[in-house]
Ligand binder design. Structure first.
Ligand code: HEC
Length: 115
């Protein structure tokens, strides 16, 4: 009965709003699948290029990075600078607060408990 159809955008957290920059290529959440980019569910604490079922670039697989606040922040600001040769293209993401919001959102989507 209410007219709340437009409410969902307003109820997004700041991090969810930031994630809109990623959704063309990435899914996240319990039922996320790999698409053009790998699923980002549980990406915090994961070794770069290690998610099974996704065909990462050699650059990503060999980067030896573990994703945490520091490495993710650096990567988002300059993907090719941190992982030279990565297939991920993202420009102009520099706002520290927006990146913090985004990482908080990624953290709130941990890997599902293993069976
Ligand atoms: C234009 C498509 C595109 C967009 C937009 C994009 N990505 Fe990516 N991303 C990719 C691709 C492709 C890869 C795999 C790169 C490789 O293998 O070199 C990737 C890889 C990653 C990885 C490494 C994952 C792992 O398991 O090692 C992270 C983290 C990541 N992206 C985060 C983000 C975030 C956060 C955003 C939004 C701010 C974003 N990406 C936006 C295409 C994209």
């Amino acid at each position: 009965m209410s007219q709340s159809a437009a409410a969902s955008a307003a109820t997004q957290t700041p991090g969810e709003r930031q994630f809109q920059r990623c959704i063309n290529c990435h899914q996240i959440g319990p039922s996320a699948r790999h698409g053009f980019g790998p699923s980002l569910t549980g990406v915090l604490g994961r070794q770069a290029g290690s998610a099974s079922g996704y065909n990462f670039s050699a650059a990503m697989k060999n980067s030896r990075i573990v994703w945490d606040e520091k490495t993710l922040t650096a990567f988002l600001k300059n993907p090719d600078g941190v992982v030279p040769g990565t297939r991920m293209r993202l420009w102009g993401y520099n706002d520290e607060q927006q990146i913090r919001d985004l990482i908080a959102y990624l953290k709130s989507n941990p890997a599902p408990a293993s069976r």
